[in-house]
Design a protein around this ligand. Structure first.
Ligand SMILES: N[C@@H](CCC(=O)N[C@@H](CS)C(=O)NCC(=O)O)C(=O)O
Length: 351
């Protein structure tokens, strides 16, 4: 089993040992003294704690998660995945889920930004994405931003750019089932109106001079609102004009952009698969006996998004709670992995 090795001087204080025992929570370690050197040999503990984001740079949903990594000041590995299908190395990890982004922590694979945000909050609780008791509200806003706000922005991104490569256009025609590509050209004025009206809500919420949507600190609500505006500015030539009367929104955008993306380093898709193969998933079995679906732990199930990009993933049910779903599956490239999904927006069925 590959090992990460860390050398700490002998004067290592108890505070360093405290940190080491923090690492121990994520796995096992071996403590050994060699002369003046305190040698700490970590097994997979370090590796399992590594955050690996599978994404591509122009992905707006991935921008949400890059921002979360920035808010929390985390170090992470960036794995660039293909923009369009096929994505054989990503789907080896996910079991077929193809959307962008996906977060990997060892052999634990988190699909969908809702699920990834929660996983990162658990991994690193401070600063919280859900401050001041607003967790329910912040999470509920996904339904607004991922659909009502995102869809006009996505329609305009596709409909106002003639230079999109044919292969990407064909992929997205099949993927974005909510978009009518035939009527897109005549729908553009409507979509501009929708996008502007939603952006106005963000501006209005900020107009009392607060720093961020829910108060003084950037939260998941800000991330949700920001990613559509980020996408619009990147793809829609008229976006600056459309948002130009929103002074509070523009000032907030600058604060959001200044947060950055944490500490990023590149990793290959093969490197990420090797991490998954070498790690052991440790998600505990937890299936809610009162769940309306009446499914049992260990039962073969399929999990699929209920909106677009609907590719069922098959595995053995490990977790089914009000908040999330996890299934265990074995893949020739990735080994045994546990794939996590949010409950909201995902359909689970007996396989
Ligand atoms: N509900 C998903 C939506 C993700 C999504 O639609 N991502 C876009 C990219 S920004 C996508 O998957 N596009 C097609 C692809 O990457 O293959 C989430 O929150 O993660």
């Amino acid at each position: 089993m590959p090992q990460a090795e860390q050398v700490i001087p002998d004067q290592a204080s108890s505070s360093i040992r405290g940190e080491i025992s923090g690492i121990n929570k994520a796995g096992s370690f071996l403590f050994a003294r060699r002369g003046e050197i305190l040698q700490v040999v970590l097994t997979n503990a370090n590796k399992m704690a590594e955050l690996i984001l599978h994404h591509f740079d122009i992905s707006p949903f991935a921008e949400k998660i890059r921002l979360v990594l920035g808010i929390k000041g985390l170090a992470w590995h960036s794995v660039q995945i293909p923009l369009i299908m096929p994505k054989p190395k990503l789907t080896a990890l996910t079991g077929g889920y193809r959307k962008t982004p996906v977060l990997q922590i060892g052999a634990e694979i988190f699909c969908d930004t809702q699920c990834i945000a929660r996983a990162l909050e658990q991994h690193c609780p401070e600063p919280s994405l859900f401050p001041a008791g607003n967790e329910g509200l912040a999470l509920a806003l996904s339904a607004w931003s991922d659909k009502a706000f995102f869809e006009p922005g996505a329609g305009l991104s596709m409909g106002t750019n003639q230079e999109i490569p044919e292969a990407v256009l064909e992929d997205r025609k099949a993927f974005f089932n909510f978009m009518d590509f035939d009527t897109l050209p005549t729908s553009l004025p409507h979509l501009y109106g929708q996008l502007r009206a939603h952006a106005a809500l963000v501006d209005r919420q900020l107009s009392d001079g607060r720093g961020y949507l829910l108060g003084d600190a950037a939260s998941w609500a800000d991330v949700l609102a920001y990613f559509v505006i980020w996408m619009s500015r990147a793809n829609i030539a008229k976006a600056p004009g459309l948002f130009s009367t929103f002074a509070s929104l523009e000032a907030w955008e600058q604060r959001m952009a200044a947060i950055g993306h944490g500490a990023r380093s590149e990793m290959s898709e093969d490197g990420a698969l090797a991490v998954a193969r070498d790690a052991e998933a440790d998600t505990a079995v937890s299936v809610d006996p009162t769940d309306p679906l009446g499914l049992s732990a260990g039962q073969p199930v399929t999990v699929a998004p209920d909106d677009y990009g609907i590719v069922p993933v098959t595995g053995e049910l490990l977790r089914l709670t009000i908040d999330d779903i996890a299934i265990r599956r074995v893949d020739p490239l990735a080994g045994e992995v546990v794939v996590h999904f949010p409950r909201i927006g995902y359909r689970v069925e007996a396989a």
